[in-house]
Write a protein that binds this ligand. Structure first.
Ligand SMILES: Nc1ncnc2c1ncn2[C@@H]1O[C@H](COP(=O)(O)OP(=O)(O)O)[C@@H](O)[C@H]1O
Ligand SMILES: [Mg+2]
Length: 446
């Protein structure tokens, strides 16, 4: 992973970045030069320039002002000061380095002085602070105004999806709650969308091996229903995106998500996203509403970002009635657990159906479960691919097709290997039904 390079950090070393994140530059100087800058230049005028040009122009002006005012600073202090003044005048200030950091998945601002981030699944406090409440409000305004939204005293809550742009390299979902509703001060939660990794990258990270990926690609093409299972941050969405890339380009795909994180390359893709209730508690559109609606949109495939409620039942029904080849993710620790979880979620639906009928739906719908795990060193891996054998109302019976064995010693001295198991007859049959040849080189290693 690399830090997105179309930003202007290149001319600054990490020490400056560090100083900026940690707010070491003298706040009084920043405020003083920001004020001077605003007296000297018309920001509205500059808004016609693109972000990089505007930044370069402002940097020159501030450098000039610093010299004119006779402030004595070291080169790095001077650069840090210039950068902060520009950031606070046009950019997202202390948030910029956080937004550019690929290891951060969430930024949580609890008032001007408290900023937390989630990094590799862990929440930690960072030293970044805003110089005042006003500055934080101004930053919020800059964030939401890109999507023509406003938050102020009269409408103190906002939830918006931000497209990727020069300031937000990955796109994000942002939620804002202002006082008097938020007692900590302006509160902002920014969920940064994961960078879409390609299959080649996942193979490069040893998250999956090429043969298993090839088999899964066949299964997607053959319209088997699949679920990706894993814990929070185990890479489910990322893997779902890769699985989706195996869908043939001629098919009509409808994706349904709480926050549109998936980025499919297929042209014929319809992206749907839920909407939270407004301040009066009205107008909510749930995953479930969208799944039901999508059935009327003539989809070839339905992809649901995550099943975590009653929509599981609708999803199972869709998978069983002509929308084979649909994909979703579920929060579970093993393939077995994933099936039970789907069963539980489906029973949360407002449609009352007997338990045995739900079991039947799960058994008929789900063909393949891809289990992901996050390891202690922060890497993510497909730890199992399992096939569902059980039918109708039988107890769940699943067999592994591939399993990661962390202890296996390899010839080259490394440990850990993807072990292959015999392909179940039923799977081979499913592939042959659609004139697809099961892989002949699936040499069993377990
Ligand atoms: N195979 C992988 N290797 C390394 N990092 C990954 C991998 N898959 C996902 N990630 C990263 O892990 C974080 C969580 O991924 P995400 O797909 O959102 O997980 P989930 O949907 O399970 O919460 C993201 O920052 C993402 O870029
Ligand atoms: Mg996810």
């Amino acid at each position: 992973m690399t830090v997105v390079s179309n930003r202007n950090y290149s001319s600054f070393g990490s020490a400056e970045l560090e100083a900026k994140t940690h707010g070491n530059t003298d706040d009084a100087l920043v405020i003083r030069f920001r004020k001077l800058l605003l007296e000297e230049v018309d920001l509205a005028e500059l808004s016609k320039l693109d972000a990089n040009q505007r930044r370069a122009r402002l940097e020159r002006v501030i450098a000039h002002l610093v010299t004119r005012e006779g402030v004595v600073l070291s080169t790095s202090e001077r650069n840090g000061l210039i950068r902060r003044v520009v950031d606070e005048s046009v950019g997202l200030g202390v948030l910029e380095p956080l937004l550019a950091d690929p290891s951060i998945s969430e930024i949580m601002i609890n008032g001007p002085e408290t900023v937390y981030v989630e990094r590799r699944g862990r929440v930690e406090r960072v030293n970044a602070t805003f110089s005042s409440n006003d500055q934080l409000l101004q930053t919020i305004d800059r964030i939401v105004s890109t999507v023509n939204r406003r938050v102020d005293e009269s409408s103190p809550m906002a939830d918006a999806r931000l497209p990727a742009d020069s300031r937000m390299p990955r796109g994000a979902r942002v939620n804002v709650v202002l006082p008097p509703l938020a007692l900590n001060g302006p509160t902002v939660t920014i969920r940064l969308f994961p960078k879409a990794f390609s299959l080649e990258q996942l193979i490069g990270f040893k998250s999956i091996d090429r043969d298993t990926a090839g088999l899964l690609a066949l299964c997607v093409e053959a319209r088997l229903n699949m679920i990706v299972s894993g814990g929070t941050g185990s890479g489910k969405t990322t893997f779902l995106n890769v699985l989706s890339s195996f869908i043939p380009g001629a098919e009509r795909i409808v994706t349904i998500e709480d926050a549109a994180e998936l980025s499919l390359d297929q042209e014929h893709t319809i992206r749907l996203e839920t909407r939270p209730a407004n301040v009066e508690g009205k107008g909510q559109i749930t995953i479930r509403d969208l799944v039901r609606n999508s059935l009327r949109m003539r989809p070839d495939r339905i992809i649901v970002g995550e099943c975590r409620g009653g929509e599981a039942l609708d999803m199972l029904q869709a998978m069983n009635t002509g929308h084979e080849g649909s994909l979703t993710t579920v929060h579970a620790n093993s393939p077995d657990d994933a099936l039970s979880r789907l069963e539980t979620l489906a029973s949360m639906s407002d449609v009352v159906i007997p338990f045995t009928a739900i079991r039947d739906q799960v058994n008929s719908a789900i063909d393949i479960i891809v289990q992901l795990n996050r390891t202690l060193d922060g890497s993510r891996r497909v730890t199992q691919v399992a096939f569902v054998l059980s039918r109708r109302q039988e107890e769940f019976e699943i067999v592994p097709i591939m399993r990661w064995d962390p202890e296996r010693r390899n010839e080259d001295g490394t440990t850990g290997a993807f072990l292959r198991y015999p392909l179940p007859e039923k799977l081979i049959h499913r592939l042959r039904l659609v004139q697809m040849q099961p892989p002949t080189d699936w040499t069993v290693t377990a």
